[in-house]
Design a protein around this ligand. Structure first.
Ligand code: SF4
Ligand code: SF4
Length: 383
């Protein structure tokens, strides 16, 4: 099989992004309106619904796609005669995929259509600087229509966790750790995200923004009720819209720029036809790893931090009182930097600051600290 690069021609016309207000419209009518504006011929077709199901997080945590949105979409597609599968490959699988789906309410919202899509997969050749092939779920490669359901969230490492980042979930389970290992620098990780997005560009993106996650997403940020659902057939334009609403400088979200360079979507305001209220959210907290202060420090510290493979922001185990010693953080570490003794201990010389440990700890045992402080501690030990 040759690598499938699905290119969409976005250069000739504007991409439409609709921002719905869930206070003014119920979810059923929002979904109906989405399909009026972005028609999909779903009757008799294999439709894969790809939520953000990062792990076994309760719906109240706002980490995973809201079941209210999934249920309304499932109902609509069943009425239209589509053959649907709801599925994801979560990074955190404590208790298994089905248990994670049940805990997040996604299983129940899928009304018998949830599948563990990680059980049937195939090696897929990649056009990528970082990886030659990846294990991709058959459900992703075989579907006629793919509907991407990301969350409106920040991401400590990638800046945002939107449409493009949600497609990281096409990679089956443990393969994700290898990909982090292959891209220890953030810029490389951004490029890899686009490599993965290109494997199967979604046909439609519907983003759950009922609660936004600000700060250090995608699991440990704070929730902010904004009552939005965003929709588009251009995931790049949708991600750019979310990033602007959050208050990001788009130039910092490299995967958006790379996706645009590859003609996968548009990001400039003049290229997007916006419908609805996409105003900047006042006081929205960006990840500290993307703060203006840290970005200003980064070039100065780049040499020394690179030497120790440290980022300007690094995770730190800080809550032994919460820790149940499950070892999930150690298992998720792509470079084996965590040993359990009896609590997790991070080897700073090995750590590549991918934040997987902090993301996948269900007990919020990690904080994020300034990497330069860690460097100073390491340096003082060497003297
Ligand atoms: S820090 Fe979290 S993931 Fe790691 S062992 Fe403790 S509870 Fe488990
Ligand atoms: S210790 Fe945590 S942040 Fe560091 S490489 Fe391992 S998983 Fe990533």
């Amino acid at each position: 099989m040759t690598s499938m690069i699905l290119r969409k021609g976005y250069s000739m016309s504007k991409s439409k992004v609709i921002v719905y207000d869930t206070n003014k419209q119920d979810m059923k009518s929002i979904i109906e309106d989405v399909f009026v504006n972005f028609p999909q011929d779903v009757k008799g077709k294999k439709v894969l619904i790809k939520p953000n199901m990062l792990g076994p997080f309760e719906v109240e945590r706002g980490v995973t796609t809201n079941p209210v949105l999934i249920e309304a979409l499932v109902d609509y597609l069943i009425d239209c005669g589509a053959n649907i599968i709801v599925g994801d490959n979560p990074g955190g699988q404590g208790g298994g995929v089905i248990a994670a789906a049940k805990k997040s309410g996604i299983y129940q919202a899928s009304k018998g259509h949830f599948e563990n899509i990680g059980t049937a997969c195939q090696l897929f050749p990649m056009n990528s600087r970082f990886v030659k092939e990846i294990n991709v779920s058959d459900a992703v490669l075989d579907c006629d229509i793919l509907i991407d359901l990301p969350r409106f969230k920040t991401h400590a490492y990638a800046g945002i966790s939107g449409s493009i980042k949600n497609m990281f979930g096409i990679v089956v389970g443990p393969g994700k750790a290898k990909l982090h290992f292959a891209t220890p620098k953030p810029d490389d990780f951004h490029e890899l995200l686009v490599d993965l997005y290109q494997v199967r560009v979604p046909d439609l993106v519907i983003m759950d923004g009922i609660y936004a996650m600000e700060g250090m997403g995608p699991t440990t940020g704070n929730l902010k009720k904004i009552d939005k659902v965003l929709a588009s057939t251009d995931g790049v334009a949708l991600d750019a819209t979310m990033a602007r609403m959050m208050g990001f400088d788009i130039e910092l979200i490299r995967h958006i720029l790379v996706a645009n360079e590859r003609n996968l979507g548009v990001y400039k305001e003049e290229d997007i036809e916006l419908v609805g209220d996409a105003s900047k959210i006042e006081g929205f907290e960006l990840p500290i790893s993307y703060s203006a202060e840290v970005k200003a420090t980064a070039p100065k510290m780049a040499g020394v931090l690179d030497l120790y493979k440290l980022s300007t922001t690094v995770p730190n185990f800080c809550k032994p009182e919460n820790c149940v010693k499950c070892g999930e953080c150690a298992k998720s570490c792509p470079v084996g930097a965590i040993t359990m003794d009896p609590y997790p201990v991070i080897n700073r010389k090995k750590c590549i600051s991918c934040y997987c440990c902090a993301e996948l700890c269900l007990r919020e045992c990690f904080e994020y600290i300034d990497g330069t402080q860690v460097f100073e501690t390491l340096f003082s030990k060497l003297q």
